[in-house]
Write a protein that binds this ligand. Structure first.
Ligand code: PXL
Length: 275
């Protein structure tokens, strides 16, 4: 049977993030992708002056019931932007609609640059820990890692010992593998720390001049797709970083394109790297 993944995150109708990135990216990886939209927004919440928000929590148990009747099941679950009240439903879906050995990939989307995203309250990280516990792979950025560990956010000035303790402490929350994103030990390099429960390895690229919205979702989607294609954790983590850099380069210089990255133009690169 072919592998099938379910991704659970919002539909931001425009803005190149969450499901509008995850579905095309994982499909481009050659993996059948089911979606469970957690909410529908007119656009994402980072940089626009406002947005509509339609919560879809009530649909979750009804959709699961249908799936169980139809014997629909998945080899992997990949979660992104979700709300607190959805977490118990998501845990139930991951338990009841799993094929044997199904992977749980959790991107604990909630914060960046030292701050929780608009709409997330202070006890959200506590709830997110319930998704982290039992995950096979988690992919926090440095801000999300700090919130999950109840420690102050450090934007810079940290060393390898700090990052490696962070990765181990995150694993101690119940995650088998940890990828910490946005790690930098020197001004010109940006990358990821990859902990497989045994050792921490790193992958770096040249740091790009701009940081763009939606790159976390692009990164996590590539990692999820690459893992299902049988890539190792470090290979998937490195490919994710390379695709993000490619997309940023393909977007750079277009001032009208402030809301996301042109990941569509990086899909041929992704496909070629996977072939
Ligand atoms: O990229 C993360 C994300 C996903 N979905 C929505 C967002 C954000 C980040 O701001 O606003 C709706």
């Amino acid at each position: 049977m072919d592998k099938r993944l379910l991704t659970i995150q919002d539909i931001s109708c425009v803005g190149q993030c969450s499901l509008t990135v995850a579905l095309p990216v994982i499909s481009a990886c050659g993996i059948e992708t089911g979606i469970l939209p957690s909410s529908v927004l007119s656009n994402h919440t980072a940089g626009y002056s406002g947005w509509t928000f339609h919560d879809l929590t009530d649909d979750m148990p009804k959709i699961l019931e249908r799936w169980l009747t139809e014997k629909v099941s998945f080899d992997a679950f990949y979660t992104g932007y979700v709300s607190k009240t959805q977490i118990p439903y998501i845990l139930e879906i991951m338990e009841k609609a799993a094929r044997p050995g199904a992977l749980r990939i959790v991107d604990p989307v909630m914060a960046d640059n030292g701050k929780l995203y608009t709409g997330f309250d202070e006890d959200f990280p506590q709830e997110m820990k319930k998704l982290i516990n039992g995950a096979d792979v988690i992919m926090p950025n440095l801000t999300e890692a700090a919130f999950l560990l109840d420690q102050p956010y450090k934007a810079d000035g940290y060393d390898k010992a700090f990052i490696e303790k962070m990765a181990r402490d995150l694993a101690a929350l119940g995650a088998k593998n940890v990828i910490v994103t946005g790690v930098s030990f020197e001004p010109s390099k940006l990358g990821v720390a990859v902990y497989d429960g045994n050792k921490v390895e790193y992958y770096f690229n040249e740091k790009q001049a701009v940081s763009s919205h939606g790159t976390g979702d692009l990164y996590a989607s590539v990692v999820a797709g690459a893992l299902l294609r049988g890539k190792s954790l470090l290979e998937a983590a490195s490919l994710g970083a390379d695709v993000v850099v490619e997309a940023i380069k393909l977007t750079a210089g277009d001032k009208d394109h402030w809301y996301g990255v042109k990941f569509e133009l990086a899909l041929p690169y992704l496909i070629q790297r996977l072939s």
